[in-house]
Design a protein around this ligand. Structure first.
Ligand SMILES: [Zn+2]
Length: 313
């Protein structure tokens, strides 16, 4: 397993554990099961004088709990505190009331205190492991099967709220297959003309917009053996299964949308439906499909630093 980056959230929570055990006790380990109950617990734990509002002192405590390092709150200047307070105090009465705190909870705190996790298992399919596009035949020569026990262990030992398996899922006439290159019109800007194009060449195909496409051997053809998940991969119950690359005219390295970002798969709606806040990604082809998920995540959640965990052999 490599390149683990779970962002800053866990760091914030860990340091809070050292600094404010009551806060964690009240907000995270309370008996509340719904997000609304957790919101109530969280607000109550900071509203020390029980007047239904957070005054400046209570607000300072709140900030100190959220932003700390090695058990000590980060120093926050008066100016910084005022800026944050002003942003959150919508009615400008100088206090954070419950309604304002509710907005803070659902737009910010919930993702920190009550995350919903998804593991995205990218394209762990026969063709990428022992089939026509096996990564062991690629320059790095890595054995794709090595990732299977790593993913299985993660599925056995980490409690993800949701597991998604993505499938490269191409029709036989897919534009990425080298054998189909002459079936598609090549754009006159293409550096490689269709009549001499060969495996792994990059060709520019005509269309609106034009498509820059690397040529692969036929792989992951819908309903074929090569498109099936590797038989040793653990498939959990109630998982979500998402197909990509179904449109013959455009490739899709990402499970979120096609390479030209013209159409989304159902993945975004599935994650949204489940209230997912954190997505972890693993699979084969770190440099192509798995990497594409990270880029997509950054765009979907609007950050340059998506919560990304990448596993590779
Ligand atoms: Zn493909």
């Amino acid at each position: 397993m490599a390149n683990v980056n779970t962002g800053s959230r866990s760091r914030i929570m860990d340091t809070n554990k050292q600094n404010t055990p009551n806060f964690i006790e009240n907000c995270l380990k309370c008996h509340a099961t719904s997000s609304a109950e957790k919101l109530n617990e969280c607000f109550k734990s900071f509203d020390m004088n029980k007047d239904g509002k957070l005054d400046l002192k209570e607000f300072d405590h709140f900030l100190g709990c959220l932003f700390s390092k090695n058990g000590k709150p980060y120093p926050i200047t008066e100016k910084q505190r005022k800026i944050i307070h002003n942003l959150l105090d919508e009615n400008k009465d100088g206090k954070i009331d419950y309604e304002e705190f509710r907005i803070i909870w659902y737009h910010w705190l919930k993702q920190i205190l009550d995350p919903v996790t998804a593991l995205l298992v990218v394209d762990v399919q026969n063709d990428f492991i022992t089939g026509s596009l096996a990564i062991k035949d690629c320059p790095a020569g890595q054995d794709g099967e090595a990732i299977i026990p790593v993913i299985n262990k993660m599925l056995d030992t980490v409690k993800f709220d949701c597991v998604v398996y993505s499938y490269d899922w191409h029709p036989p006439n897919h534009i990425s297959f080298v054998d189909n290159v002459k079936s598609w019109k090549v754009h006159n800007s293409s550096k490689v003309p269709a009549d001499i194009a060969k495996l792994y060449d990059t060709v520019t195909f005509d269309g609106d917009p034009i498509k820059v496409q690397k040529l692969w051997p036929a792989h992951c053809i819908q309903n074929s053996w090569g498109s099936q998940l590797h038989p040793d991969l653990k498939v959990v119950e109630n998982a979500c299964h998402v197909n990509k690359g179904k449109n013959p005219e455009i490739d899709s390295y990402s499970a979120f949308w096609d390479n030209n970002k013209l159409s989304q798969t159902e993945l975004v709606s599935e994650l949204t439906k489940r209230g997912v806040t954190d997505v972890y990604v693993c699979g084969v082809a770190y440099d192509v499909c798995v990497g594409a998920q990270g880029v997509s995540l950054g765009i979907v959640v609007g950050t340059d630093e998506p919560m990304l965990l990448i596993s590779q052999p």
